[in-house]
Design a protein around this ligand. Structure first.
Ligand code: HC0
Ligand code: SF4
Ligand code: SF4
Ligand code: SF4
Ligand code: SF4
Ligand code: FES
Length: 578
């Protein structure tokens, strides 16, 4: 056991751990900038500096790179340390457009906290008349504002470690070091997945989603538009964080109420779309089983993963499930089924989704995601954008009463809600496929082997008389390892789920930011996922399967027909081609 003294407290550990992490785990706060859990930092910002006495010498060291050793005596806030950190922050302020009032990050900006803590001041404030040369707004998903960039490197490292695409890098342009995409290309023109893990890693407002708030506000204000809204599974598990409600708080009911107060005409739920996707995807799996392939079938609901297949593994395009993602399949229904039952002209329907994801903006914009000449989804807001909209409207979110979604396309099953966590799509599909094949209402429907945050999860599942191998790949980087190590060929896999973000959509690039400090202390992914699994497990079995959702049964009976055939085949599928 090692003994380390930090600010007078004796801390014991046998872990191989940095001083920074050890301090944080023991509630001693050390400021940091470039350090982020799971990423090691590509710069040395020196904000985490501490004074360490060890083996007779005392020196200043960066605590995120210094491992805790027995006998170390650490001071985190000596005058010398404070002075150095303040100086460092002041230097950064000289290059940072410090206009917090209008900034989207003002409530959870890691840099602003440092400025307040150190009382640093710019020696000459960085004022920008025209921001255009600093902005990159070419992508539909992600935007760069270099007037805010601190060159901490967290985005570059997150991209490399979590996606393996290495899309972002530092480059010298006109003598200045800037963060930029490979060869300065637009994100969409690189191998980027548009997953937004770089955005999630950014401590400031330098990387953000491309906002569509104005578009949505305009649509709501337009009396001729019937504006439909639906939130994704993972949004309900995190939105409360932006209203100081802590981690792991289920805010489903409050979110519906807020959406109504914001003026949306109809409040539905993407979980209904997830149930639709399962109807189609489980049916497709059964067809592939009957026709002996092509295997493995891959899930296709994550647009980050779709870009990974297109950019790196086009040989697997034919293996992707042709069922449209919950977002798009829901969009199709809002432009076909819903206008039919509500007696509205489909052209007047304007569909907005709330997503934990930046890639969903790109997905909504894909030219093929159009039905009868209409966009399936007209605008996509991230969880953060929705929170901003609620705050702008001065709605006291935490105090709202719960309400229900509108039933026609707002009712959902437990299978639909677990989509938002890694393994959820697989579990949801297996529940339905097994019931369909065995023609039973099975009671044993918990596939715990595919839950949790391991990089690769596997199970062998009996469907009918045969056994099938399934795998869940959690995170884009794990997927490339799975393919490139040859593991994918070690046995015949029948069905593989892939989600690009580590943990699935609960940890998507459009979710509330989680600071470096909180990431060290708190298992926020697990807390978010627990909201979804609690919703599922608190229901009766009949309410946990997509095909038993009464609103789904009604839609298929009254309008669509049988899954995988006729109308359903026409409307709800897309064939991926090179
Ligand atoms: Fe997801 Fe989805 S689960 S991708 O993570 O499949 O974004 O939450 O909305 O479409 O349902 C994101 C989340 C969705 C879709 C669903 C799927
Ligand atoms: Fe203020 Fe942070 Fe925005 Fe900079 S990024 S203007 S410090 S809130
Ligand atoms: Fe990398 Fe994803 Fe960001 Fe693209 S969106 S640069 S793949 S982290
Ligand atoms: Fe750091 Fe954000 Fe700049 Fe990337 S864009 S280097 S994460 S401040
Ligand atoms: Fe988007 Fe979810 Fe895929 Fe991440 S895992 S890119 S949040 S769909
Ligand atoms: Fe430790 Fe940057 S060098 S946080």
């Amino acid at each position: 056991m090692k003994k380390i003294v930090i600010d007078g407290d004796v801390i014991e550990t046998d872990e191989n751990i940095s001083i920074l992490e050890l301090a944080r785990k023991n509630n001693i706060s050390i400021p940091s900038l470039c350090f982020l859990e799971e990423c090691n930092g590509v710069t040395k910002c020196a904000v985490c500096i501490v004074e360490i006495s060890y083996e007779g010498k005392t020196k200043l060291s960066t605590s995120c790179t210094t491992m805790a050793e027995d006998g170390m005596v650490v001071t985190t806030n000596s005058e010398k340390v404070q002075e150095m950190v303040k100086k460092r922050i002041s230097t950064l302020l000289d290059k940072h457009e410090f206009k917090c009032g209008q900034c989207t990050r003002r409530e959870n900006c890691e840099f602003l906290k440092l400025v307040i803590k150190t009382k640093a001041r710019a020696s000459k404030p960085f004022l920008v008349q025209d921001k255009t040369p600093y902005m990159d707004t070419r992508s539909v998903s992600i935007q760069i504002d270099r007037t805010k960039c601190l060159e901490c490197g967290r985005c570059i490292d997150a991209c490399k470690k979590k996606t393996g695409t290495c899309t972002l890098q530092f480059e010298r342009v006109d003598g200045k070091r800037i963060v930029t995409q490979v060869e300065g290309k637009k994100f969409e023109d690189t191998n980027c997945l548009l997953c937004g893990q770089c955005v999630a890693a950014c401590p400031v407002a330098a990387l953000t989603e491309k906002t569509e708030l104005d578009k949505v506000k305009e649509a709501i204000a337009d009396p001729n538009k019937h504006v439909v809204v639906a939130m994704a599974p993972a949004v309900r598990a995190s939105l409360g964080e932006l209203f100081n409600m802590g981690y792991g708080e289920d805010v489903t009911g409050k979110a519906y109420t807020a959406l109504r107060e914001l003026g949306f005409d109809k409040v539905f739920d993407i979980n209904f779309g997830a149930d639709m996707t399962i109807m189609e995807e489980a049916t497709e799996l059964i067809h592939r089983i009957q026709e002996a392939g092509p295997f493995p079938m891959f899930t296709s609901c994550c647009p980050g993963w779709i870009r990974q297949v297109e950019n790196y593994y086009p040989q697997y395009l034919k293996n992707l499930s042709t069922a449209k993602s919950p977002q798009q399949i829901f969009g199709v229904a809002t432009k076909t089924y819903y206008p039919a039952i509500a007696n509205i002209d489909p052209k007047d329907v304007y569909t907005v989704t709330i997503m934990p994801c930046t890639a969903k903006k790109y997905e909504a914009n894909l030219s093929y995601n159009e039905t009868n000449g209409l966009r399936e989804i007209d605008a996509v807001l991230t969880t953060r954008e929705l929170a901003k909209m609620i705050k702008d409207a001065k709605i006291a979110f935490a105090k709202l009463e719960d309400s229900e979604a509108d039933p026609a396309m707002g009712m959902y099953s437990g299978a639909g809600v677990i989509f938002g966590a890694t393994g959820g799509v697989m579990e949801a599909a297996l529940r339905t496929a097994k019931d369909f094949v065995e023609n039973k209402d099975l009671k044993d429907i918990d596939y715990t082997e595919v839950r949790g945050f391991k990089g690769v999860k596997e199970a062998t599942v009996k469907i009918g008389d045969n056994e099938y191998n399934v795998a869940v790949i959690n995170g884009a980087k794990n997927l490339s390892e799975f393919i490139e190590s040859g593991k994918i060929n070690e046995k015949q896999y029948h069905f593989i789920e892939v989600m690009a973000c580590p943990g699935g959509c609960i940890n998507g690039g459009g979710q509330p930011h989680v600071s470096s400090e909180i990431r060290t202390k708190n298992d926020y992914k697990k807390l978010r996922a627990s909201v979804l699994y609690n919703q599922d497990s608190s229901r009766s079995v009949a309410k946990r399967k997509s095909h038993q959702n009464p609103a789904i049964i009604k839609m298929y009976n009254d309008y669509v027909g049988k899954p995988g055939e006729g109308n359903a085949h026409e409307l709800f599928h897309h064939i991926y081609e090179k």
